[in-house]
Design a protein around this ligand. Structure first.
Ligand code: AMP
Length: 214
């Protein structure tokens, strides 16, 4: 099964994708993670995208489509969770073509619905384990008091450079201008469903499961 998790920054896509990886053996393809890796490795492409990401703008379609193409061509057999991709109609068309080329289908698109006000507090309270990427939140899922990651025992945690209010405003604007049209796009294709992303992590997980298995 190949699925897209759709939703604005801070909706919980990454957290839920990791649960699906653990519990269903699926493979998370996060273009945000791939771009951050490129940025950290200091490649030419990494340098090019770093400033764009820091401003909260979208990286070009060509770059992100290229990243997804590489992954799908390397291993077309997995059950994929597309997390943060596609973000534009052009990317959505490209994904359809790429899947088709590999003989894969898109089984479901699940949008996580979250109030805008909640996103600011979620994002500004967010940190991740530097070793395994487990997501923590100062308010809802704090780093354990002994300072070790519950998933891997790592002791280093980081906050994203673009997880601040200014950048978030831009990221939200980009979401509504460029990504939200995907709701109509996938609805028209009969692949769209949505679930409440405001609840506890387990409740959201159950909502997603209902859409995938129901
Ligand atoms: P994310 O981790 O999904 O919140 O993405 C972080 C940043 O990476 C975004 O604000 C964009 O600058 C960039 N990015 C990630 N995925 C895409 C995409 N599919 N298209 C364009 N830019 C992206």
């Amino acid at each position: 099964m190949n699925i897209i998790l759709l939703g604005p920054p801070g909706a919980g896509k990454g957290t839920q994708a990791r649960i699906l990886v653990d519990e269903r053996g699926m493979t998370q393809l996060s273009t945000g993670d791939m771009l951050r890796e490129a940025k950290d490795s200091g490649t030419e492409m990494g340098k090019k995208v770093a400033e764009v990401m820091a401003r909260g703008e979208l990286v070009t379609d060509e770059i992100v489509i290229g990243l997804i193409r590489e992954k799908l061509e390397a291993d077309p057999t997995r059950g994929y969770i597309f997390d943060g991709f596609p973000r534009t109609l052009k990317q959505a068309d490209a994904l359809a073509e790429l899947l088709d080329e590999q003989g894969l289908t898109l089984d479901r698109v699940v949008e996580l619905r979250v109030d805008d006000e909640a996103l600011v507090s979620r994002i500004t309270a967010r940190s991740t384990c530097s070793t395994c990427g487990e997501v923590y939140n100062d308010l809802t899922k704090p780093i354990p008091s002994d300072g070790t990651c519950t998933n891997c025992g790592g002791t280093e945690f980081k906050r994203r450079a673009d997880d601040n209010e200014d950048s978030l405003k831009k990221r939200l604007m980009e979401y509504y201008k460029q990504t939200s049209p995907l709701v109509g796009y996938y609805y028209a294709k009969g692949q769209y469903s949505r679930t409440d992303g405001m609840g506890e992590i387990d409740a959201v997980k159950a909502g997603i499961a209902e859409k995938l298995d129901g």
